[in-house]
Write a protein that binds this ligand. Structure first.
Ligand code: HEC
Length: 113
């Protein structure tokens, strides 16, 4: 019986740590879908092709998200940009915390333009 208990404890620990790891790192593939839905209108499908018309309308330059100065930002800053907005970018509404994590994971896969 002791062994069964130990095995159950270990598998519970593995499941738990896998979930925590997942939540922290986000899922870049799911993030791409959410990015397409919530960000691509302004940042382009790949994040590196900002839409000129929107930039003109807002009278601002939309940065390429693969650019070193954007990638240099830490996750909490990027999260804040998404949920609270940044200068001329309005907060993006209707995203779950998990979707934000996934979008950030996707953002880290955007290559240097
Ligand atoms: C309505 C258009 C629009 C949408 C939708 C949008 N953005 Fe932006 N984004 C902007 C503009 C405009 C800027 C530049 C803001 C400025 O510099 O004033 C910007 C800037 C940024 C920056 C750079 C901020 C910085 O610190 O330099 C990041 C990162 C970013 N957006 C991520 C996202 C993500 C992720 C999404 C989707 C969840 C998203 N944006 C959706 C318009 C948009």
């Amino acid at each position: 019986m002791k062994t069964v208990g130990a095995v159950m404890f270990i598998s519970a620990a593995i499941v738990f740590s896998a979930q925590v790891g997942f939540a922290q790192s986000g899922d870049a593939r799911a993030g791409k879908a959410a990015f397409t839905k919530s960000c691509a209108t302004c940042h382009g499908l790949d994040g590196n092709s900002p839409k000129d018309a929107i930039a003109k309308l807002l009278k601002v330059e939309i940065p390429k998200l693969g650019a070193p100065q954007v990638q240099a930002k830490k996750d909490p800053e990027i999260k804040k940009t998404i949920t609270e907005g940044y200068e001329k970018m309005k907060p993006v509404k209707g995203l779950t915390d998990k979707e934000v994590q996934n979008i950030m994971a996707f953002m880290r896969t955007i290559p240097k333009p």
